[in-house]
Ligand binder design. Structure first.
Ligand SMILES: *[C@@H]1O[C@H](CO)[C@@H](O)[C@H](O)[C@H]1NC(C)=O
Ligand SMILES: *[C@@H]1O[C@H](CO)[C@@H](O)[C@H](O)[C@H]1NC(C)=O
Ligand SMILES: *[C@@H]1O[C@H](CO)[C@@H](O)[C@H](O)[C@H]1NC(C)=O
Ligand SMILES: *[C@@H]1O[C@H](CO)[C@@H](O)[C@H](O)[C@H]1NC(C)=O
Ligand SMILES: *[C@@H]1O[C@H](CO)[C@@H](O)[C@H](O)[C@H]1NC(C)=O
Ligand SMILES: *[C@@H]1O[C@H](CO)[C@@H](O)[C@H](O)[C@H]1NC(C)=O
Length: 473
């Protein structure tokens, strides 16, 4: 079908050619002088191909034809009646079996416009295109891709079989196992069965010829990448930085670990590597060490891992301080307020320090946590549970970094507000008594609260006798 179509196009262009007009669409691709899609010639014969087109032409030859093969001749001419076409003649003499392959003629400027013919160059003593040494070729298996044993042949009619070492003959089934004289054996969905030593075999005139292959399945599975400090790393200038990147990968895999870090151009880091195996995995360690940090070493540190096509990375940010420091300030002024009965209250000054300081909270000069079981230190805050009036007082936070002789204190005054209460109300309610008219009476009201409550007296006249509530309404 294809061949017929090809002949038709060729015939058509031939006809137009004689008219030598420049019809649009003609020679949209270059045209070869052979109409077949494949040719079979014998070794030592001369291979000759001609190509014609509208623009400058170029040949693409099989990889088996050396770039500078002295027996390849290409003659380019202007042709056509008005010499407005381009012709190119390729001559290869003598043709050798390793020249078997696809010969393509294309436009130099439009490389996708091309025409090709597959040429088999036969030799009964060289049925396989590739002549192999005793060492098998390695064929890599990739997940999700077909496996190809590239034992292409010099004769399209060669009978080739695939054998798994030592003696397992595999027959093509046209579905998963396919024989193609131009490619070799193709296994569409290879399984673990296809790991091992294989050979393509053919017998010509009673002589057996083979092409051997060793399949290899590279393992590229990175299971985990772990940096022993993620997030922020705070350090001091002059100190040592050590980051440990641990990679867990599948058995038999190989990984490459690389680091990127701010002073990489300087090469300020020392990187050491180690590999260990556990029962089920491989562990790769890469430890980056900077013996004495400078300010310029601050920034992002990335551990990048690759294994074949797999990639993983993890990072951490390093902050380098000039010197140790404590910065301690009030958050909401020196006096803070709480309410008696509050579930909890937190005394939190603003504190920034490096390295982490030691902290002690005092209340009225005594260690707070020892004074009352309702006090506890959380981070650098002091938390008071079930706030009571007696919690009012002066609190002091002492911070210190002993090794650098850094100390700072801060004092906070806590005011505990208490709702006013009338003392007499807690005594049993007094019945209205009678007193003598004209006598002098003192009424007492005792009240307590924080801040001290203001007392105001109100007088409610008794309703006139006999005037019941109903009448009033
Ligand atoms: C090709 O030529 C070589 C020597 O030039 C000769 O040894 C060989 O037998 C020839 N092969 C064929 C198939 O004619
Ligand atoms: C860091 O690397 C060493 C190997 O150099 C390893 O023994 C150690 O377990 C790793 N992990 C941590 C958290 O340091
Ligand atoms: C990370 O690992 C290195 C090397 O094992 C170690 O020196 C360093 O102290 C570790 N860092 C942290 C934060 O654990
Ligand atoms: C590292 O590079 C900086 C400039 O980026 C340069 O000032 C410094 O001297 C270099 N340090 C070393 C150890 O080469
Ligand atoms: C660093 O790692 C975190 C996750 O661990 C990621 O979200 C972030 O994009 C990374 N940053 C850079 C600059 O690669
Ligand atoms: C902080 O308070 C402690 C104990 O009250 C005192 O000994 C020390 O001198 C104070 N330090 C500073 C820096 O005020």
């Amino acid at each position: 079908m294809f061949d017929i179509l090809f002949v038709m196009i060729f015939g058509l262009s031939g006809r137009v050619l004689t008219k030598d007009t420049d019809t649009k669409g003609r020679f949209s691709s270059p045209v070869l002088d052979v109409t077949e899609k494949q040719l079979v010639i014998e070794r030592n014969q001369t291979l000759q191909l001609s190509c014609r087109g509208r623009w400058e032409l170029q040949w693409v030859l099989p990889s088996g034809v050396p770039k500078l093969y002295p027996d390849t001749h290409i003659v380019n001419t202007q042709c056509g009646k008005k010499s407005n076409q381009y012709c190119s003649r390729l001559t290869l003499s003598p043709a050798l079996t390793q020249h078997t392959g696809s010969y393509r003629c294309r436009y130099r400027q439009k490389e996708r416009k091309q025409t090709s013919v597959y040429i088999y160059i036969t030799d009964s003593q060289r049925p396989f295109v590739k002549v192999q040494s005793e060492i098998p070729d390695v064929v890599y298996m990739k997940e999700g891709e077909p496996l190809v044993f590239p034992c292409r042949v010099t004769n399209p009619d060669a009978k080739v079989s695939l054998v798994k070492f030592p003696l397992h003959r595999i027959t093509p089934d046209h579905r998963n196992i396919i024989w193609n004289s131009r490619q070799g054996f193709i296994i569409r969905s290879p399984t673990f069965f296809y790991i091992g030593l294989f050979s393509c075999e053919t017998i010509v005139d009673g002589v057996k010829y083979t092409n051997k292959f060793l399949t290899h399945r590279p393992v590229n599975k990175i299971l985990d990448v772990y940096l022993n400090s993620t997030g922020l790393v705070h350090t001091l200038q002059g100190e040592m930085l050590a980051l440990n990147c641990t990679v867990t990968a599948e058995w038999n895999s190989r990984v490459s670990i690389s680091w990127t870090y701010p002073q990489k151009a300087n090469g300020s880091a020392i990187i050491s590597k180690r590999i260990s195996r556990s029962r089920s995995n491989m562990l790769f360690y890469s430890v980056l060490t900077i013996p004495s940090l400078s300010k310029a070493d601050k920034g992002l540190y990335k551990c990048q891992v690759t294994s074949g096509p797999s990639k993983r990375e993890t990072n951490t940010t390093v902050i380098v301080y000039d010197q140790p420091f404590i910065r301690l300030k009030h958050r909401n002024g020196p006096v803070v307020q709480a309410f008696a009965g509050q579930k909890s209250f937190r005394l939190t000054p603003k504190l920034k320090a490096f390295p982490a300081p030691e902290i002690i909270w005092l209340k009225d000069g005594m260690v707070a946590a020892e004074r009352c079981s309702r006090y506890h230190v959380d981070g650098f805050s002091l938390v008071i549970r079930d706030v009571a009036e007696e919690d009012a007082g002066i609190y002091t936070i002492l911070t210190g970094i002993q090794q650098y002789g850094l100390f700072q204190n801060l004092t906070i005054t806590l005011v505990v507000n208490v709702k006013p209460q009338i003392g007499e109300k807690s005594v049993s309610s007094q019945q209205p008594g009678t007193v003598q008219r004209g006598s002098r009476q003192a009424l007492h009201c005792t009240s307590h609260g924080v801040p001290p409550p203001q007392i105001q007296w109100l007088w409610h006249p008794c309703p006139p006798k006999g005037l019941g509530p109903a009448r009033l309404a």
